[in-house]
Design a protein around this ligand. Structure first.
Ligand SMILES: [Zn+2]
Length: 112
């Protein structure tokens, strides 16, 4: 541990109050991943552009949670809470989006 000066842990947890932005989107890393996936043969065949791999675009995202990965659950007498989306299980995308892979990696793990 003495050899380490700094350790930075990077994950895709949301930055701020909304789940719309995370470190990968904020730094522009995700833009590269989207472009890469859009160049794959299956993506070209289906005419998926880089924007299709954004959870802010309706074609690529989960229709239930609209790309948030969570759904707002209204509770009687209690403050509403966010619960993981039961359709995409928090992945934020629809299954067709994950069918496009780069070196057997999907959108979720291509950046790693
Ligand atoms: Zn969902």
């Amino acid at each position: 541990m003495e050899a380490l000066r700094r350790l930075v842990r990077v994950d895709q947890k949301p930055i701020g109050r909304t789940p719309r932005s995370n470190l990968a989107t904020y730094t522009g890393l995700f833009d590269h991943v989207r472009k890469l996936l859009a160049e794959m043969p299956l993506a070209r065949k289906r005419r998926y552009r880089a924007g299709r791999f954004s959870f802010n675009v309706s074609q690529g995202r989960c229709p239930t949670c609209e790309g948030e990965g969570f759904v707002n659950v209204e509770l009687l007498l209690l403050p509403s809470v966010y619960a993981p989306c039961s359709t995409c299980h928090g992945t934020r995308y629809n299954p067709q989006t994950f069918e496009v892979t780069w070196r057997e990696k999907t959108l979720l793990n291509a950046a790693i």
